[in-house]
Design a protein around this ligand. Sequence first.
Ligand code: 5AD
Ligand code: SF4
Length: 441
Amino acid sequence: MNNKIKKYTIVTYGCQMNEHDSEKIAYILENLGYVSTNEINDTDFIIYNTCLVRENAELKVYGQLGSLKPLKKENPDMIIAVCGCMMQTGEAREVIQKKYRHVDIIFGTKNISSLPTLINRHLSTGNTVIDIEERDLIDNQIDMKRLHPFIGYINIMTGCNNFCTYCIVPYARGREDSRTPESILAEIKDLANKGYKEITLLGQNVNSYGKTLEKPVPFPDLLRMINAVDGIERIRFLTSHPKDLSDDLINAMAECDKVCNNLHLPFQAGSNSILKSMNRKYTQEDYLLLVEKLKEKIPNITLSTDIIVGFPGETEEDFEETLKVVKKVKYDQGFTFLYSKREGTKAAVMENQVDKNVAQVRFEKLLETMYEIFYENNSKYIGKVEKVLVEGPSKNNEEYLTGRTEGFKLVHFKGNKNLIGTIVNVKITNHNSFSLNGEMV
Ligand code: 5AD
Ligand code: SF4
């Protein structure tokens, strides 16, 4: 018998939802006796948790799988698995089965609990095994090996019903499905008992949480219930769709002391004709009104966003409207994307696809505009004292610690490692566009 300790490696692409799914995969593998390693050249089980949102992420996975071919030849016992959103599409599965025949296990986003069975089936037959049948129910959350000892991610819903015309997610992750408040609260209480300080509620479109439940519960009410859990100090949530952001949600954010004064509110594009063509169901004016309400009711709120540049039909004037929104809202953080054509979506067959070079120039202009605003926003923190949840040692300097403010600002400051996991007061002394520096007070 071979008693050598087996090692596993998880490579995760894409959003927090995938990161969270990888926490579940890690738990399963450790239960099977595997230990974690980042050494791809010396692992017994490698799994790619894939993303489909942009072509780049897909190409990277194919590139990595290709480069594993010689390794698999050398070490035929190594198991290679691919899961996540890409595996939800027949096209990607076919490519893998035809061109990457050294892949041993393929499964989808609702089959994570089948992994032990799949491993056994592969080991006993030597064949490539596939499972994409929907098995995992949202209320049966699998145990997980959380990446963080005091910040926890919690799935509150899956899927998306919005069908923004550029987006592949509704095709890959299916329709919206919400988890019951009882199941969510039980997980949060368990985390609180284990000493967790911060939780982030995850869903593709959390503002429409609860609509499909037997007894519908609106998202603001869920927030109020979670706010009442002792021990948890910070509550965040991702992602909000502007069309579903109700006045009651703004009220709940304002009234719940643990809900952070920070919101990720993707606007995608500034031009009304592009927004219409994206099927976003709000106008620039609607969006700006929402932001006005948020800033009025929640002083000090920080805002982040997602923006797509180069959507089909985007003219220079349309792009100027995007810059206009950026300048008006003065975001604290922004995720900017070059439009990526996804087969099967409505936008993929639209005329007037924007020239790549033109989009690139706009993209750079957008970044420049945003970075200036981030810099200006951060300068307003100088001299202020911020509550910082210490996440760990700073990457560049052993003597420094890194943490986040309630507004999700990254802060570096000198301090002892035993402060990790606690909330400390830091006076901000310096800044750049992406982070603050300070001293503990
Ligand atoms: N091309 C570029 N960006 C996209 N996103 C979603 N689909 C695409 C696409 N086809 C972006 C959106 C979304 C974020 C998660 O990814 O901005 O909010
Ligand atoms: Fe995609 Fe739009 Fe759904 Fe977000 S809301 S996941 S961008 S379809």
